[in-house]
Design a protein around this ligand. Structure first.
Ligand SMILES: Cc1cc2nc3c(=O)[nH]c(=O)nc-3n(C[C@H](O)[C@H](O)[C@H](O)COP(=O)(O)OP(=O)(O)OC[C@H]3O[C@@H](n4cnc5c(N)ncnc54)[C@H](O)[C@@H]3O)c2cc1C
Length: 512
């Protein structure tokens, strides 16, 4: 384990994990022990390490094993919160969106057009509501200082343009569309890995396959899932960033998870969709579902919001009811209806919402909270991917005050993540755009691997836009420890079971 007296490498791999785990037993005192390697935990670890604190993060499975890989992968401007009167949180979202798009992760984010088709299913009143909402989104964007060259202004478009963006829309009675822009992540799990590696570069030890058990405000027992060995550690502060599992680490937390489900299609099913096709939910004036282009030439269609009481599963699943609801709703605007046979996969995630009363989950506050338990554990929970940096800053401000730590001020606002590259520097990266989108400035390193070892230039399965060099890079630098890490989190091949099976031999070979 290292402090922040010097910068470390950002490369995570089995060898570094072993070395740092061994050093934990007799290293200097830990300032901040972070439990959980989702977006929240890695964000806290980065913030802590960048303040010069000796930081250790433990994750029971892999980075982004939990909710953080099941999101809609949007960098929200916070429009939805504005509708509920939450001006502060909407502004915070828009500011964080700007930081991600322009400074910290320009390589992992992009502008996504959202189009609401004007078909008879949208009445005059609803049209006015959407248009007003989009104009409010423009105000939010301007207030956050985001230039229209990054996210253009909203506008009405003609039917021809709506069809260009969403070619499978019903032509008959299409009067055009309402268009607005938001941010989209290349992939949520890849953002988590990039933040974890940046934390490692800043000196943190980030250890996957390590579970924290018996946690107090100043100690925990760490269990190495790979060997079964345990180790007791003490720390000046302990942060619980375990999302929907937060109440297991700190029983004083009360959660009320809500499930959100997406369906996965081949891009061809939506005829080359280039926007987020946003469809009003029949009977609601303010809720929509959306279909949008996603990694590996696919389209995701989401999203539901269902109460999910009872024990929290490791991996949640879509229900038949949710699948029918998403299909029925999107079919209200499509020329040819989609059916179950078009669906190539599904995924579902649980939102870690705090219990705040008897409200339905759709109305529960989506703000984040930083809570200190009677035992002194600091829990940070709620919020979203978009605001992870602010959540981490708030959590670390609380930690520094609570544990009286001598720390530098928060630096993450201006700290680009590993691989961050934009503008002319991005143009200069010698690699295909597909690789630059995933690896930013590191794309050239991935390509070099393929140049040096021609076998690594091959696709991991026929027709998949992933080459074997990407698996090799993930094993050497991105902390992938087994095939599932490669198939389900460093890439998202595994969202389609048949593709997962076809790419498995290449994933196995990456560890050979
Ligand atoms: C369906 C859906 C769609 C969403 N869409 C968006 C979106 O488009 N944009 C957006 O900004 N936000 C979105 N969100 C919100 C966002 O995804 C979540 O707020 C966020 O991912 C929660 O991250 P987390 O790190 O708190 O939890 P998690 O990602 O669940 O991480 C917790 C981690 O803790 C680990 N852990 C648990 N117990 C232990 C232990 N004892 N020891 C060690 N490790 C442990 C788990 O393995 C897990 O990896 C969405 C959420 C859902 C559910």
């Amino acid at each position: 384990m290292t402090g922040n007296s010097h910068r470390s490498s950002s490369s995570l791999n089995r060898e570094r994990r072993r070395r740092e785990l061994t050093a934990l037993g007799d290293g200097p005192q830990i300032d901040v022990l972070v439990i959980g390697g989702g977006i929240t935990g890695v964000g806290v670890a980065l913030d802590a390490a960048a303040r010069g604190l000796r930081t250790v993060l433990v994750e029971k499975h892999d980075f982004a094993f939990g909710t953080s890989r099941w999101s809609s992968k949007l960098v929200h401007g916070g429009l939805r919160y504005l509708a509920g009167g939450g001006v502060g949180i909407a502004h915070e979202s828009a500011v964080e969106r700007d930081i991600l798009l322009t400074r910290t992760a320009p390589h992992l984010t992009r502008a996504l057009p959202q189009v609401v088709p004007l078909l008879p299913n949208i009445g005059a009143a609803q049209k006015v509501l959407v248009r007003t909402g989009f104009l409010a989104g423009d105000v939010l964007r301007r207030a956050a200082g985001t230039s229209p060259s990054v996210l253009p202004r909203s506008r009405r478009v003609a039917a021809a343009e709506a069809l260009r963006l969403a070619p499978t829309l019903r032509r008959a009675e299409l009067r055009g569309g309402l268009l607005a822009w938001d941010g989209q992540l290349v992939d949520d799990a890849r953002l988590v890995v990039a933040i974890a590696r940046t934390a490692a570069r800043e000196g943190a030890s980030v250890l996957t396959r390590v579970e924290a058990v018996r946690v107090t405000g100043t100690s925990a027992t760490l269990k190495d899932i790979l060997t079964g060995e345990t180790l007791d550690v003490t720390a000046r502060s302990v942060v619980n960033a375990t999302g929907v599992w937060a109440d297991r680490v700190d029983p004083s937390i009360e959660l009320r998870p809500s499930r959100g489900t997406h369906l996965v299609f081949d891009a061809a099913a939506f005829g080359g969709l280039t926007a987020s096709l946003t469809v009003p939910i029949p009977g609601s004036t303010s809720r929509f579902i959306f279909a949008f282009p996603a990694a590996h030439n696919r389209v995701y269609l989401g999203l539901t919001d269902e109460e999910a009481p009872g024990p929290v599963p490791d991996v949640p699943h879509a229900t038949d009811g949710e699948i029918d609801f998403l299909l029925d709703t999107v079919n209200t605007v499509l020329r040819e209806p989609l059916s179950r046979s078009d669906i190539r996969g599904t995924f579902a995630g649980l939102r870690p919402l705090l219990r705040t009363g008897d409200d339905s989950t759709a109305d529960i506050s989506r703000e984040h909270a930083v809570l200190t338990s009677p035992a002194g554990v600091i829990t940070v929970v709620g919020g979203k991917l978009t605001t992870y940096r602010k959540m981490a800053e708030d959590a670390m401000d609380a930690v520094v005050a609570h544990a009286h730590l001598a720390a530098a001020p928060c630096r993450t606002r201006v700290l680009p993540l590993v691989g961050a590259v934009s503008g002319a520097a991005r143009d200069a990266v010698q690699a295909p755009p597909r690789l630059v989108e995933r690896y930013g400035g590191e794309a050239a390193t991935v390509l070099e691997l393929a140049d040096q070892h021609p076998a690594l230039a091959a696709e991991v399965m026929p027709g998949m836009d992933v080459i074997a060099a990407e698996f090799a890079f993930a094993v050497a630098h991105e902390g992938a420890l087994d095939e599932a890490d490669l198939l389900d989190r460093r890439t998202r091949i595994g969202l389609v079971a048949a593709d997962r099976q076809a790419a498995e031999p290449a994933a196995k070979a990456a560890f050979g």
